[in-house]
Design a protein around this ligand. Sequence first.
Ligand code: MTE
Length: 320
Amino acid sequence: MFIRKKSGSDIPYSEVTPKSLYMDRRRFLAAAAGVGAAALAGDKLLDLIHPGASAHADTRLQYSKSQYSTTEKETPYQDVTHYNNFYEFSTDKDGPAKLAGTFHPLPWTISVDGHVKNKMKLDYDAIMKLAPLEERIYRHRCVEGWSIVVPWIGFSLNNLINKVQPTSKAKFVEFTSVYRPSEMPGQRTNILDWPYVEGLRLDEAMHPLTMLTVGMYGQTLPNQDGAPVRLTVPWKYGFKSAKSIVEIKFIDYMPETSWHRAAPNEYGFYSNVNPHVDHPRWSQATERRLGDFFRRPTLMFNGYDQVAPLYTGMDLRKWF
Ligand code: MTE
């Protein structure tokens, strides 16, 4: 990503870090000893292999399989949980995994407000009861040029939207992430304006692919991946998928999002994955899947063609 804020320090676009460089020695030794992460149970062992993973993160979930899943190979759990963008903790890719152990995802409340008939405050149990959980294996493309394939667990956000019943005034949905500087060291810096804010048009939020996500790889979300509840919007660049959400607000104007505020010429509101519209400082035509050596072509809408009708008649160069 890019940092324009008061710190004045730009983080250059970096290539995908080879796994060997970001695995620390402890984890390397554990892996070398043939200890499979999936086979490990118990907080202490989990913490040794995944520093920062909380007790919350190893709670197994019950779910069904989804029709929306890709059959592409999943990216290993170890990579997805140790190569993160979560600026509330750190701007280093391995920082969130190291630092997110101080964060306590439970108890949790999401406020749903704005132009809706039924305003709600949902605690974690209420969120988990909104709809049956599904596992959806989605491609996830970061604006920086790397991608992963993740078995997320959650349900379509429209389950919640239908319960709160937006009024005719609601045109956009604003998502706000948690603000807890005492637990999130990145929020004690001014790298972004806190809290992190993202947004979707109401019809994008209603699209069945848009997910309220509570888990991955069969279990609840690790802190560094957005525990306990995040958004997953698979046809948009990863930064649209706000982590650790505490507020969902239905509004009649296009919200000012964190990355648009930081660099309006680089990060548009829509941010659909589009290989034909380059980032001002790099091409978006190809991507590197974590773990692969060669780059691969990036697909329009990240391959989720079913969302194309949402943008009929729009100039996607202008509305990037
Ligand atoms: N949400 C919050 N609150 N803070 C962040 O820094 N980073 C975004 C997005 N959601 C971010 C966020 C970016 S740039 C990406 S690519 C994805 O989270 C990364 O999600 P992952 O770490 O689970 O792969």
